[in-house]
Structures are given as structure tokens and as C-alpha cells.
Design a binder for this molecule. Structure first.
Ligand code: PLP
Length: 308
């Protein structure tokens, strides 16, 4: 692996704008290609994580690496790189890409069995694919101003006893369909329920609702989002009551405010859910308070790790 013992100053801008690390080597992102026979591609036998960089600083880098490791362990994946080496690789990728605001992803995928080996995932080695590109947000500037327009999808989220949604995954069949459903309804995104009718999450974000000043978010059915964890800390700091429990469809529909959270967007208030307009058709006041506190604290270095 050429991740270690490199002169760091020589790395800056080496692969300007888009740098990758694939299976032990650094390269321009355009050169990072995986064989189409690999099970990471053919079976979605892959896990991933995404960490954000703003103003040259990672946000909660070690939390993301810890979650990534937990996802890999849950999927019986043990790539050669240690957590410390993954940290070093991500740092170097941002230096190589030379972007101050970056979207940094790490993936671990399974290759394919060697010819003649048993066609079993245990026969496949697992390897890393990581990249750093300019920051990507899932919401547009227009959505930031007017709030997200959501629907409740008819598609139910994959049951937790089929696949644990806390293992970050690309099995997006349900989430992808919900995006087409939202588009057909003229909305931006969808929220998915579980088979008991409780709220889970949306395509790439966790969901919160606020009723009578109390912030509530589902206890199960979704990813343990790192931004969600940050919302918990902000609620505590701002003196907002937070409840992590089942959230029914009715509670969501009748809430005073709704917001969502994700790395690629931060705290994202909503203003519509299906036919209902919330408040004055703009992000609600408590959601905005949380959103502003989130970005203000990040600008001050909250949970930040400076790029070398
Ligand atoms: N839920 C899903 C399905 C996601 O893919 C994501 C992020 O990509 C989230 C929730 C939010 O998690 P985080 O705040 O860690 O980005």
C-alpha cells in the first residue's frame, strides 16, 4: 500500500478535483474502475460511508470511520487497511484533490471468487475504494429557502430483520422507487414507513418531527446517522426536549415542523408533506434554529479535524 511514508507536501493537488484510492493505490478518480464481475457490483455486496469536509476540516471523521468499521464487520469484511490507515488515506485524498469543501467516500466491496473456488462470499477478498470530490449536497439552494417538499411513500422500507439499516448499504431498491414516486407527485423526496406504519427514514436522510416544541425521531428502521447524532447534541445544548422512539405516520403528518438530516446537506427543514403545508410554507422556526446552530458550530470547528 502506498498510503504511508509519503511526502505530504508533494501530494497537494496531485489529482486536483477528484482523487481516489482503490485496492491499495492512489490514482485520479477517472482511473478508479472495478471489474464488473466483482460481487460488490453484481450483488451490492458492499458497504460504505461518507464524511464531509468544510473549510478544510473533516466533520466527525472518527465517528464515520467507526461506523464504517462496524458496517464492514457486520458484513464479514476485513480489508487490509486499519482504521488508522483509512484515516490517513482519507486525509491524503483531500490533499490530493485539493478541495476545501469535499465529499469524501469510503467503500468496502467484495471481489469475486478465484476460478474453481466455492461460489461463496467467504471466498472473496474485500478491498477498499475511497474518493474525494468537491462537496455534493442533496438539496438545491431553492429547497434550502423554501424547505423540502416531501411525500410519504407507498413503498415500505426494507424490514430490519431482513437487513439491518444501521449497516450503510447500496441496496437502494425501495429508496430509489420512492424517489420516482416523489417526482411523479411533484415533490422532492419521500419518507418511508415500516410494515407497522411507523416512520423510518428517506433516501439518504434521517427524519425528525417537532410537536409542541418536542423533537422526535424514530428509534429504529433507519441508519444511525452521524448528523442525527449531532442533532441530539444540539437539542441538549439548546434545551430542546428530544424523544427517540416510534414515530407514527399520523404524528408525522400532524407535526408542527419536520426536518431531515444527512452528511450531504446537514439539517434540512421541510415545508410540505403530501397535501399539507407546514407553517407559512417555509422552514419552521425550531428547525431553523437547529440548522443555524449546526452550521455556526461547524464553522467554529465543532467535531472538526483539520486537513494536514
Ligand atoms: N439514512 C440513509 C439511508 C442514508 O443513506 C444516510 C446518509 O447517507 C442517512 C440516513 C444520514 O446519515 P448521516 O447523517 O450519517 O449522513
Amino acid at each position: 500500500m502506498d498510503a504511508v511514508n509519503t511526502d505530504l507536501s508533494a501530494l497537494r493537488g496531485k489529482y486536483a478535483g477528484a482523487a481516489a484510492y482503490l485496492d491499495g493505490s492512489f490514482m485520479p478518480l477517472a482511473e478508479a474502475k472495478i471489474p464488473v464481475t466483482h460481487w460488490g457490483y453484481r450483488r451490492s455486496d458492499v458497504t460504505y460511508d461518507v464524511v464531509g469536509v468544510k473549510d478544510g476540516r473533516f466533520f466527525r471523521l472518527d465517528d464515520h470511520i467507526k461506523r464504517f468499521r462496524a458496517s464492514m464487520t457486520a458484513l464479514h469484511m476485513d480489508p487490509p487497511e486499519s482504521d488508522e490507515e483509512i484515516r490517513d488515506i482519507l486525509m491524503k485524498l483531500v490533499l490530493m484533490a485539493d478541495v476545501r469543501d469535499a465529499y469524501v467516500s469510503m467503500e468496502c466491496l467484495r471481489a469475486s471468487p478465484a476460478p474453481g473456488a466455492l461460489r461463496h462470499p467467504a471466498s472473496c477478498r474485500a478491498y477498499l475504494s475511497c474518493s474525494a470530490v468537491p462537496w455534493i449536497s442533496i438539496i438545491t439552494p431553492e429547497m434550502e429557502v423554501r424547505g423540502m417538499h416531501l411525500i410519504v411513500s407507498k413503498v415500505r422500507r426494507m424490514p430490519v430483520d431482513s437487513f439491518d439499516p444501521r449497516v450503510k448499504n447500496f441496496m437502494w431498491g425501495d429508496l430509489t422507487e420512492s424517489l420516482f414516486e416523489a417526482k411523479a407527485a411533484g415533490a422532492d423526496f419521500a419518507v418511508l414507513l415500516d410494515h407497522d406504519g411507523n416512520v423510518t427514514e428517506g433516501p439518504g436522510f434521517n427524519v425528525f418531527c417537532i410537536t409542541d416544541g418536542v423533537v422526535a425521531t424514530p428509534i429504529r428502521g433507519g441508519l444511525d446517522g452521524i448528523t442525527r447524532k449531532s442533532v441530539f447534541e444540539l437539542c441538549e445544548e439548546l434545551g430542546l426536549k428530544l424523544e427517540v422512539r416510534e414515530v407514527s405516520e399520523d404524528e408525522l403528518r400532524n407535526a408542527d415542523e419536520i426536518f431531515t438530516s444527512t452528511t450531504a446537506g446537514g439539517i434540512m427543514p421541510a415545508s410540505r408533506l403530501d397535501g399539507r403545508i407546514f407553517g407559512n410554507d417555509r422552514p419552521g422556526p425550531i428547525s431553523m434554529k437547529l440548522k443555524e446552530a449546526f452550521w455556526a458550530k461547524r464553522a467554529q470547528g465543532w467535531h472538526g479535524t483539520d486537513i494536514l
